[in-house]
Design a protein around this ligand. Structure first.
Ligand code: SAM
Length: 116
């Protein structure tokens, strides 16, 4: 999983280097997902590979528990440079806020949950 994937440069490289792992990259902004799609296509073209292990979707990660559950058995979640939301009244929106981390535990593999 790559939450808040933005323009997708990170997930594009990671996914092309790890053909045996499936990735889901999510961002709330469909306009950045357009750029992410192009970045992924470029990486796979250069590697002469078909895109077969990465999906992009637009979704609000604050309600991620509505589309992922304990049957999903997620290995890893990458969150790079999330929006800092520095004002105290906004900081619950940060993708690494403890309230958010509790939600992620629901769909992480059991042995991964205590890392959070
Ligand atoms: C600072 S950017 C970092 C983008 C990328 N991870 C990188 O390292 O270049 C944060 C990204 O998280 C996305 N984001 C922030 N809050 C989100 C939320 N609640 N649900 C989905 N995406 C979110 C933003 O749209 C933005 O693309």
């Amino acid at each position: 999983m790559n939450f808040g994937c933005g323009k997708g440069s990170f997930i594009a490289k990671l996914a092309v280097q790890n053909p045996n792992i499936n990735y889901l990259a999510i961002d709330i902004k469909s306009e950045v997902l357009g750029l992410a799609k192009r970045n992924i296509e470029k990486e796979y073209l250069e590697a002469k590979r078909e895109i077969d292990n990465v999906l992009l979707t637009a979704y609000e990660i604050e309600i991620i528990q509505n589309i992922l559950n304990q049957k999903d058995l997620v290995d890893r979640i990458y969150i790079n440079f999330c929006n800092p939301w520095p004002k105290p009244r906004h900081n619950k929106k940060r993708l690494t806020h403890p309230k958010q981390l509790e939600k992620y535990k629901i769909f992480l593999k059991q042995d991964r949950r205590n890392i959070l």
